[in-house]
Design a protein around this ligand. Sequence first.
Ligand SMILES: NC(=O)c1ccc[n+]([C@@H]2O[C@H](COP(=O)([O-])OP(=O)(O)OC[C@H]3O[C@@H](n4cnc5c(N)ncnc54)[C@H](O)[C@@H]3O)[C@@H](O)[C@H]2O)c1
Length: 443
Amino acid sequence: MPEPGPFSRRDFVATTGGAAIASMTGGLPGAARAADARKRFAMVGTGHRGTSMWGAELLKRHPDAIEFVGLCDINPLRAKAAGKLIGVSCPTFTDVDQMLDATKAEILMVTTVDAEHHKFIIKGLERGLKVITEKPMVTDETQCQAVLDAEKRTGNKVIVAFNYRYSPKHRKMKELLAEGAIGKVTSVDFSWYLDVQHGADYFRRWHRLREKGGTLFVHKATHHFDLINWWLDADPVTVYASGDLKKYGARGPFRHTNCRPCPHKANCSFHFDVTKDARLTALYSDCESFDGYQRDGCVFKEDINIFDTMSANIRYSNDVSMAYSVNAFMPFEGHRVAFNGENGRLEMRDYERQPWPVESKDTVIELTRNFGKRELISVTPEAGGHGGGDPALQRVIFGTTEPPSHLRLPGSRAGALSCLTGIAARKSVAEKRPIQIADLIKL
Ligand SMILES: NC(=O)c1ccc[n+]([C@@H]2O[C@H](COP(=O)([O-])OP(=O)(O)OC[C@H]3O[C@@H](n4cnc5c(N)ncnc54)[C@H](O)[C@@H]3O)[C@@H](O)[C@H]2O)c1
């Protein structure tokens, strides 16, 4: 029998921030799992993300690691539809306590709308479960403090599923910065472009309401702020932001409740026919009778209260400053991030979708040294969602080998600091002044 590796003895709880999931799945590096080593896996929030990455894809990739024992959603029709889409026949629930009592779950996966995450994270921690939450960990500072306090009180830890860290292109940037490719970093330019398809989709769904997703400064930018904190190995200190709604919502030329019955559909470039997508129909339109939630909501609805045009200046604990922006009605999707350093510049322009051909799916990183030459570093994406970030994150959580230290799993601290950057940005827009992260909560 192989010797247990260091990883296998660790307690999940003791390795936060950290990596311990082989212990979660009974894994020993290099050893086959026992037939009964699957962990009892329950999910709350059985929508798109729950049924895809954390549902069918997870089961396909790691069938020996988990067994679905319960699916919970406030919409019982969606929970049932989710079981079919994932391909499991476990019971479904509308009350998470009933699910956890009935199923004796060992892992709780939180994939609800963002503003509900904290309730289930805290419940899972209090019950001593292994808790994994989708990003953002929370949407305001009160929820954030409650999660951190629950961890202290219970001694248990949450994993925050920052898949973007795990895509090959982002890992490569981390490695180049860590090895000092441009010397000490002095400033960062970071622009994220959401296009008229993906960007517009946020304005059709629950994300359009700040009380559900905290605005895109939290819902979306938590990914970007986490990448920056990780790349720089620093904490955000001060945030000064601006945010506007310039294209969607009340700015639109006309509006209706949703696209299917809309009298303007022939003239609307944002018209979206949900009935053409069998998966979205099964998950949402077929479940509307219970909660009235429309997946094809009008992007010009007047209740939209988030921004589509955002920028922020952020200062970090290592004296780096960042100019950051997100725009949600661009003709192309992707991002550009550039690190200026004492000895050069490291830049990545990532193309996800654009109305012109790009030569290759590879991302090209440009490393230009002062008084030197430019080096082009090509990174090939891995198969799977988010450029391979999704399967790579799942391998770290459910696989049997220990990742290098920089790829250890993000915990509540990373979850908090990335959300707090967005929460501070939102507050800065409202109060028209710079916000200190330290004034929001006690870390
Ligand atoms: N990491 C990524 O790249 C990524 C990608 C997509 C979504 N996400 C995250 O995944 C989560 C889910 O997003 P989605 O796109 O699947 O949304 P969704 O609308 O498809 O699913 C959310 C589900 O939560 C349910 N829900 C809401 N409140 C609930 C409650 N109190 N109790 C139980 N169920 C509740 C809804 O009914 C819905 O079925 C979000 O937090 C989102 O930020 C992450």
